[in-house]
Write a protein that binds this ligand. Structure first.
Ligand code: HPA
Length: 274
């Protein structure tokens, strides 16, 4: 794995005149909008990058974008790999390892998620402060390479809650509905039964989705702090208010909210400094 990461990194450095990003971004469902905030200098298709999984027709576009938001150098994944598409957990999370080795200090992740609290409505934004992992497999399963991280990584402080606080402040100044919460990660691709949604609510979940947690685990393994924003696409609690959900509906709702989240992330990144 280590050699493969180095080969991918070498390839990308050659393609981008040794571009040095400080921040990595994973653009989730319906958030391609944020792409427009990036002053893009280089675009590389996933299909050209050695050791990246080959994109399927079901996955999103699949490009790495190198450029700037304000004066901060960023690399953004336009499209991600999901476990439910049939990729292994290692394939799903390989790009996160490559971004870390390209030199990023902070990872921003967005996703679409179901809302598990009665105060959460479609279009609301939840900044993630913790998670509950319900995936049956784990990206760290198998031999551990100590050069990448520990065999038994601690899961305290995965999320950069300082950024959450700043994000909540920006949201309140802009009168955008936003909250902090716990993300429950499921394998998918089916959505959940009312009894399952009720269970996720009872165990302390605020948002539920099919991505992100494998990426967060691998980031944590490599000591890379993450900031996660979930856009609520459908209401999952209380159970008598659950409606049938289609992927088209999810994308429509998230696209509508995307400009709000883009504004928040743009502001956070433009003023980013450790
Ligand atoms: N469940 C799982 N993943 C999701 C949902 C949901 O209700 N909405 C958007 N992603």
């Amino acid at each position: 794995m280590y050699d493969k990461i180095e080969e991918s990194v070498q390839f990308l450095q050659d393609k981008t005149q040794h571009f040095k990003p400080r921040i990595g971004i994973i653009l989730g469902t319906g958030l391609s909008n944020l792409e427009q905030s990036i002053n893009c200098q280089f675009k590389v298709s996933y299909d050209d990058i050695p050791h990246f999984a080959k994109t399927t027709t079901t996955s999103h576009k699949g490009e790495l974008l190198f450029g700037h938001i304000g004066h901060i150098a960023v690399v953004a994944m336009s499209g991600r790999f999901h476990y439910y598409e049939g990729y292994s957990m290692q394939e799903v999370t390989f790009p996160v390892r490559v971004l870390k080795f390209l030199g990023i200090e902070q990872l921003f992740i967005s996703n679409a998620a179901g809302g598990l609290q009665s105060h959460l409505y479609p279009g609301d934004i939840v900044f993630i402060k913790d998670h509950i992992n319900l995936h049956a497999s784990n990206p760290l399963r198998g031999n551990n390479d100590e050069r990448l991280g520990l065999r038994f990584p601690d899961m305290l402080n995965c999320y950069n809650t300082k950024l959450n606080k700043q994000a909540l402040d920006i949201a309140s100044q802009q009168e955008i509905r936003a909250f902090e919460g716990v993300y429950v990660g499921t394998q998918g691709p089916n959505l959940e039964t009312p009894a399952e949604y009720n269970f996720f609510h009872l165990i302390g979940g605020d948002a539920v989705g099919m991505s992100t947690i494998p990426e967060v685990i691998v980031a944590r393994h490599m000591q890379l702090p993450v900031f996660v924003a979930s856009v609520i696409s459908n209401r999952c609690y209380p159970i008598d208010e659950i409606n049938e959900t289609t992927v088209e509906e999810v994308i429509k709702v998230v696209e509508k909210a995307a400009s709000k989240l883009s504004l928040i992330i743009r502001t956070l990144i433009a003023s980013y400094d450790k």
